[in-house]
Structures are given as structure tokens and as C-alpha cells.
Write a protein that binds this ligand. Structure first.
Ligand code: SF4
Ligand code: SF4
Length: 246
């Protein structure tokens, strides 16, 4: 629900990183792929014409339920005048709550009966807030709503809504060990700042050796060699290691 869709050539450049939760391979015409590919212009046009203000997106929003100031239905309601709003104070008052959205996708994938995408609209608004230099205040001590417990979403219904039921109980029966001759390891694989590369081209490394040192005093993590071999290339983004022949 929070993931990104990659296809074709994009997949060649991807790597598993410390923030990779899971990978789902879907047919090109799957519901989730189609949702992800809907252009923003269509999303905004649909919002203006089809939101019935039922408020389901707000009532089921996990951030709203745990007490943050966020009402996606209000953002959706006001989208018709977003483009023409010049006053930043007014913009913050009307759209500032979008900054509290955590992109969970409950609103678009489960709550909205009209198939609209408050999540993507919020994401667009967050970009606009940044462009306008608006930093809405955050409630650092949210208090959960008392009826939160009654608004939980049954997992199976959610999986069904996502059209993933046929994969739900599928499990890998076999694990295959892959032993590549060369690995390309990203220097930054996490949120925060990248660490400092602590190897040079030509260095020999053991599996598990430190190759990127975390930055002191910052949100940063170390990176280690995944194979025994020789460092072949280091660029701004990755370290390439050739496997040492036994
Ligand atoms: S995506 Fe944002 S607005 Fe939608 S339910 Fe999640 S937190 Fe709420
Ligand atoms: S759930 Fe959908 S239709 Fe209802 S208020 Fe939210 S965006 Fe509008």
C-alpha cells in the first residue's frame, strides 16, 4: 500500500536495501499497478468531481485515529480551489493538515467508496507546502480517539480489497542460494545521511567487512561487504566488489 511500482528497465537498477520491506511481483494489468499509474492530473480531476464528502477517509485514517490533526476529507473538499489560492496563511489553514499524512494508503485502498486517492492528493499538497515554504505545526503529543478499537480493518478484507487474495496464503517452498560473481552495494541504503566509504579500489575484503562507516552524530548506518572479493569500483552511489575465486 505504501510501496512504489517499478517496471521494465527500472528494475535493472534496483537493489535490495536496508529499507526494503518486501517485494511483490504482480501482473501488468493488476489493480494495484493500474492505481499506481494513474496520473496526478486524473487524480485531481476525479477528486474535484467525485468526492461525495462521506468522510470515510477521515474516519478510518490511522493518523486521525491516534489523535493527529488530519482530515483528508477536508483536503479533498477544498481541492477545487487549491490552484487559485494565493494567500499562504489561508493555504496552511485549509491544506496544512496534509503534512500529517504518513502515506499509509488506508484512505485510497480501503476507505474511499468512490475509489479516490486522498493519499496521493496529500502527497501533492505536501510538495506544494514545501514549495510555498509553509511548515505546519505538528502535534507532538497526540491522544488516540476512544473508539479507535472499533475502526480497525480486518486483514483479510483488506487483502481482498487489494486483489491479493490469491497470493495471501502462498509461501515459498524452496530457498535458492544465489552466489553472484560481482555485487554492487549501495552506499546509502537507509533514511538519513550516507556514511563514509572506508575502502578503496583494489582493496580485498572479507564477507562482513565494514565498507561504509556510519557518520558520527547523525542518522546514519554502516554498510558491510556481502561477499569476499576485491573492490572493483566506487562511485558516488555504490561500491562494486568482484568475487574472489576460491
Ligand atoms: S494515507 Fe494519509 S490520509 Fe490516508 S489514511 Fe493514511 S495517513 Fe490518513
Ligand atoms: S472517502 Fe472518498 S468520497 Fe468520502 S470524503 Fe473521502 S475522498 Fe471523498
Amino acid at each position: 500500500m505504501m510501496g512504489k511500482v517499478y517496471r521494465g528497465d527500472q528494475i535493472q537498477d534496483l537493489a535490495v536495501t536496508k529499507t526494503t520491506g518486501n517485494i511483490i511481483v504482480l501482473p501488468k494489468n493488476h489493480y494495484l499497478v493500474k492505481c499506481a499509474e494513474l496520473p496526478l492530473s486524473s487524480i485531481v480531476a476525479q477528486t474535484k468531481s467525485a468526492c461525495i464528502q462521506c468522510k470515510m477517509c477521515t474516519d478510518m485514517c490511522p493518523r486521525y485515529l491516534i489523535g493527529h490533526k488530519i482530515r483528508p476529507s477536508m483536503v479533498m473538499r477544498n481541492m477545487f480551489r487549491e490552484k487559485d489560492m494565493v494567500d499562504n496563511e489561508e493555504y496552511e489553514a485549509v491544506f496544512g493538515e496534509a503534512a500529517n499524512c504518513c502515506d499509509c494508503g488506508v484512505c485510497e485502498m480501503f476507505a474511499c467508496p468512490m475509489g479516490l486517492s486522498p493519499r496521493k492528493v496529500n502527497s501533492f499538497i505536501k510538495g506544494q507546502l514545501g514549495r510555498r515554504g509553509i511548515k505546519p505545526n505538528r502535534n507532538k503529543n497526540p491522544k488516540a480517539l476512544e473508539d479507535l478499537i472499533y475502526r480497525r480493518i480486518p486483514t483479510e478484507r483488506l487483502v481482498s480489497r487489494l486483489d491479493l487474495m490469491k497470493y495471501y496464503h502462498a509461501h515459498a517452498n524452496e530457498c535458492i542460494t544465489i552466489e553472484p560473481d560481482c555485487v554492487s552495494i549501495l552506499i546509502k541504503q537507509h533514511i538519513g545521511v550516507p556514511g563514509t566509504v572506508c575502502v578503496a579500489v583494489g582493496d580485498r575484503v572479507q564477507k562482513g567487512d565494514l565498507i561504509v562507516q556510519a557518520k558520527e552524530g547523525a542518522l546514519s548506518v554502516p554498510v558491510h561487504a556481502s561477499i569476499k572479493g576485491c573492490v572493483k569500483l566506487i562511485d558516488g552511489e555504490r561500491i562494486v566488489i568482484d568475487k574472489e575465486k576460491e
